[in-house]
Structure formats: structure tokens, C-alpha cells
Design a protein around this ligand. Structure first.
Ligand code: PEP
Ligand code: MG
Length: 546
């Protein structure tokens, strides 16, 4: 029996046979070529094939994991067409007279190394994408495909790492789980696994691949992050039991559709869902969420090559409000910067982007961008039940500026006879320690708070959320974080305002009771977690607690 500890990125248990994932050779031989023109023609044909494949992967991802998560494959298509990348390949073929596979491999590696050496963690992550597309083009040149991604039986895939396109190409019905030597829980691959509901463990360490074989029986426990190969009978029985319990639980959860989020002693809360694009609404409704607690509006900016116009934004907000009506939809204003970059913003490179010009700081330094979004939001408000939420607040002064801009927008719209609802709730995210500490000053100025535990954890514990090496130091249950949430709840209630949590911690059912005791009014989680949290709420009795 061999045990490995990694990090679970999707909580579920799988027992089955191992299949070690082997890639097509990514290091092709260097050959001398006389006819460079026909070599370039081979390259062009392969690129067309790569684009076709990526477009099919994009469609598959769109159907399985939603628009926001599928976007990475649009970026891959753009990378295949990138002028600098292509010029470098063609120059190498012409100048050195080498074969196309070799030129792509060398150029891909050069570009990947360049990205990897950048300070910005978002750009560093692009290294994996360049390697991914280069591998694909090489496979297309040499006529190879993704054969290794289809399996006859259900298997636990074990790999050094999986590229996003590989993850999406996996046949979901044949994959029991995947386990990787490397990877970070914020990587696209981990996010895709979560959205595809595949048990997944990352970062179990490099040596595991040399110690396991195809066909070995193994257990992947996405709850604990433990991967056990060749388990003894007792361990195997325990895992089978846990798996059965989980599947019974899942079936039971479906019974909770349509039920209230109410504790045994009668305390009710709202359970809402987090979304990243309009196409996620289907999952919100099928999981019976009471509303949308966080609509990350950045997707509108990230998927465009220029600032989205007021009309483009209006159409998206109107659609989501109409589809959710009469349920509440809280749309968060632009949270770009740090790990989410759009070139046309022309943001300068920063030493510490997570603490730099991001989110509301960009909106306040570029009020015209902010106003365009607010105008679209206010105009869309008549089509449903809108709340607007502002990210990365640290001071009363910022909030005063924001509210003044909202008033300006309302005046402008009134002067233009444009309609907007007078019942829009305005709230702020509590995602900096500063906001939590001065929450008594901020509460009277807004209608609600929503705690962003992802950033609150990052800033409170000084743990960069993008850095996989510091995960061991990042204790999301740290007393400092819980105290800041409790303080914010007390201050919200002191002024008669409601408070929710929309960071990942909202779905951590080991804390549901703690949150309810603090008086948290709303938990906003990924659509697939709504029923799990409802289940946890319905088992709690606040009155029987000491
Ligand atoms: C958060 O910080 O907890 C949050 C919900 O926002 P995001 O993850 O988009 O930064
Ligand atoms: Mg945040």
C-alpha cells in the first residue's frame, strides 16, 4: 500500500484502476529540411487542424463547465494565431532549415520560459498554455491525436499535470478521478475539475508517477487529498463505504430541492449562487438557489478586446435579471487587475499586483469606465431584482466617492428620462481587513455586506492566493479571519443591514454552524454546493448549542 498526500480540489471519493497519462512526444527530433516552403505549408495545415480541435474543445467546455471556464480555449485559439509566435517559428524554419515540429517545440519552449520568468502570476500561468498549444500543433503536424484521452474502462487518471485542454477533453463518463503530481488549486485545471464535478487531487509530488502502474487499484479521496495506491483490504473497504455514503448523500440532497434553508430551531437564511456569466443561470435554477449572491462582471471585460460598451453590458445584465426574476441578483462591479488582466486597460506592470491597482481602485481612477458600467446596471434594474456590490473597499472616503458617482449616474439618467428602479440595494464586499475593522463606519452607508473570504484570507494572512507553495500556511479557518467576519456581522446588524459570505469559505459546511451563530444572513456558493449547504443548515440546532 502506497500513500500520497496532495490537495483535494473537488470533494468526492473514487476507487478504481490507475491509468498513467502519457503525452505524445513533445520533444521532436531536429531534422535538416531542403524544402522549407513545404515545411511551412505543413505548419499552416496543422494550425488549421489545431484551431478546429480547439474550437470543438471550446464547445464541449461551454456545454460542460460554462462560458467563463471555456474562455481559456478561445485564448488558446488566439495564441495559435499569435503573430510573434508564428513569426518566430517560420523564421526558424527558414533560417535554420529545420522541420516544423522541431521549430514549434523550440519556439513554444522559448515563449513558455519567457512567460514563466515574468513576475505577474497571471502571465506565469500562460507558460502552461503556450506548452499546451505547442504540443497540440506538433501532434497535428505529425498526424497524432489525443488517443490517450479516451479509455475503455473507467479509470483514475494519474499525470504530472494536466493542461486545461486535456482536462476538458477527458471523457467524463470514463474518468473516475484525476490525480496530478503538480498543480495549484487556483489553476484553470483545478477550476475546471470543480465545475465538471470530477474528484481531483493535485500536488501529490513528483515521485508518485514512478511508483504506480497502469491497472493498479487505487483510492482518490478528494475530501482529504489522499491518494492510496494498492490499498489493503481494510482500507479498500473503508473507502468503498465512504463512497457509498457519499452517493447516498447525493441522492438524498435531491430531496432538498424546493425545501427551505431553515435550521431545526427555525432560523432561516438565504443560500444564493455565485456565477461568472449569463450561461451559468441554468445551474443556479436547477440547484434551486434563492438568488445570485455574486455575479462576477469581469467576464464582460475579459472576453472583449476593448471596453465593453454600455449597450453590450446593458444587454447582459438585463438577460440575467430577467432570467432570475423575481429572485435577487447581486452584480459586482468590475474587479479587474491582479490576476485578471485585459490588455486594453493598459495597466502598468506592478511589483505586487494583488495589492495594486485593481477593482474599485481602477474604477475610481477611471470614472468614465465605472460610470458606463453603472449606467448599464441602473438601466437594466427595471428588468428584475438588482443589487450592486463594490469590491476591494478599504475606506469610508472610497465609499463616499462611489456613492456620489452613483448619484451622478441617477441624475444623468433622470435627465434623459431613462428608467431605473428605486429599489436597488447597494452593498460592499468585505474582503480587506481594513473594511472589516471599520465595518461600523461603513455599515450605515450601505444596504448590505458580502464577505469575500478568498481575498480576506489572502490579505489577512499575507498569503498570495495564486502561489501554490504557500498553501500550507494558508489556514482558511484562522481565528483572525473568523473574528473579522464576526465583527463585520455585528456591525452590519447594529445598523439593521444584512451580511452574506460569497467567498469559497461559504461552501465549507464545517463552518456553517459558526457562520449561523455569527448571524450571517446569506451564503453564496457555487451552484453545485447549494444543496449541500442547505442540508448542513437543516441539521443545525442553534438553541441546543452551549
Ligand atoms: C473573494 O475575494 O472572496 C471573492 C468572492 O472575490 P474573487 O474571488 O472574485 O476575488
Ligand atoms: Mg475578491
Amino acid at each position: 500500500m502506497k500513500k500520497y498526500q496532495g490537495k483535494g480540489v473537488y470533494g468526492a471519493v473514487a476507487v478504481g484502476k490507475v491509468s498513467v497519462f502519457k503525452r505524445a512526444d513533445a520533444a521532436p527530433e531536429r531534422l535538416q529540411i531542403e524544402d522549407t516552403a513545404s515545411e511551412i505549408a505543413r505548419l499552416e495545415t496543422a494550425k488549421e487542424k489545431a484551431i478546429e480541435e480547439l474550437s470543438a474543445i471550446y464547445e464541449k467546455a461551454l456545454a460542460e463547465v460554462g462560458e467563463e471556464n471555456a474562455q481559456i480555449f478561445e485564448i488558446h485559439m488566439m495564441m495559435v494565431e499569435d503573430d510573434d509566435y508564428n513569426e518566430a517559428i517560420v523564421d526558424m524554419i527558414n533560417e535554420e532549415g529545420v522541420n516544423a515540429e522541431y521549430a514549434v517545440a523550440v519556439t513554444g519552449e522559448n515563449f513558455a520560459n519567457m512567460f514563466a520568468s515574468m513576475d505577474d502570476s497571471y502571465m506565469q500561468a500562460r507558460a502552461a498554455d503556450v506548452r499546451d498549444i505547442s504540443r497540440r500543433i506538433i501532434a497535428c503536424i505529425s498526424g497524432g491525436g489525443d488517443e490517450n484521452l479516451s479509455f475503455d474502462d473507467k479509470v483514475i487518471i494519474c499525470a504530472d499535470d494536466l493542461a486545461p485542454s486535456e482536462t476538458v477533453s477527458l471523457d467524463k463518463d470514463k474518468v473516475l478521478a484525476f490525480v496530478t503530481a503538480f498543480g495549484s488549486s487556483n489553476s484553470h485545471t483545478a477550476i475546471l475539475a470543480r465545475n465538471m464535478n470530477i474528484p481531483a487531487i493535485i500536488g501529490v509530488g513528483e515521485q508518485f508517477l514512478s511508483e504506480i502502474c497502469d491497472g493498479d487499484t487505487a483510492i482518490a479521496d478528494g475530501f482529504t487529498g489522499q491518494f492510496i495506491c494498492c490499498p489493503d483490504d481494510e482500507t479498500l473497504c473503508a473507502a468503498m463505504k465512504k463512497m457509498q455514503e457519499e452517493s447516498d448523500k447525493k441522492a438524498l440532497l435531491l430531496n432538498l430541492l424546493g425545501k427551505e434553508n431553515i435550521t431545526l430551531d427555525g432560523t432561516k437564511i438565504n443560500i444564493y449562487a455565485n456565477i461568472g456569466s449569463v450561461s451559468d443561470i441554468g445551474a443556479v435554477l436547477s440547484n434551486d438557489a434563492g438568488g445570485v449572491g455574486l455575479f462576477r462582471s469581469e467576464f464582460l471585460y475579459l472576453e472583449n478586446t476593448d471596453y465593453p460598451t454600455e449597450e453590450q453590458q446593458f444587454a447582459a445584465y438585463k438577460k440575467v435579471l430577467e432570467e432570475m426574476a423575481p429572485k435577487k441578483v447581486i452584480i459586482r462591479t468590475l474587479d479587474i487587475g491582479a490576476d485578471k488582466q485585459a490588455d486594453y486597460f493598459g495597466l502598468e506592470k506592478e511589483e505586487n499586483p494583488a495589492m495594486g491597482l485593481r477593482a474599485i481602485r481602477i474604477c475610481l481612477t477611471r470614472p468614465e469606465v465605472f460610470k458606463t458600467q453603472l449606467r448599464a446596471l441602473y438601466r437594466a434594474s427595471v428588468f428584475g431584482n438588482l443589487g450592486i456590490m463594490f469590491p476591494m473597499i478599504t475606506s469610508v472616503g472610497e465609499l463616499e466617492q462611489i456613492l456620489a458617482i452613483c448619484e451622478d449616474v441617477k441624475k444623468e439618467l433622470t435627465a434623459e428620462n431613462a428608467e431605473f428602479s428605486d429599489g436597488i440595494e447597494l452593498g460592499i464586499m468585505i474582503e480587506t481587513p481594513a473594511a472589516a475593522i471599520i465595518s461600523d463606519k461603513l455599515a450605515p452607508m450601505v444596504d448590505f455586506f458580502s464577505v469575500g473570504t478568498n481575498d480576506l484570507t489572502q490579505y489577512t494572512l499575507a498569503c498570495d492566493r495564486q502561489n501554490p507553495h504557500i498553501e500550507p500556511f494558508c489556514d482558511t479557518h484562522h481565528a483572525a479571519i473568523l473574528r473579522l467576519i464576526e465583527l463585520s456581522a455585528q456591525n452590519a446588524h447594529k445598523f439593521g443591514k444584512w451580511i452574506g459570505i460569497c467567498g469559497e469559505l461559504a461552501a465549507d459546511t464545517s463552518l456553517t454552524e459558526t457562520f449561523l451563530k455569527m448571524g450571517i444572513d446569506e451564503l453564496s456558493v457555487s451552484p453545485s454546493f447549494v444543496l449541500r449547504v442547505r442540508d448542513a443548515v437543516r441539521k443545525i440546532n442553534l438553541k441546543s448549542q452551549v
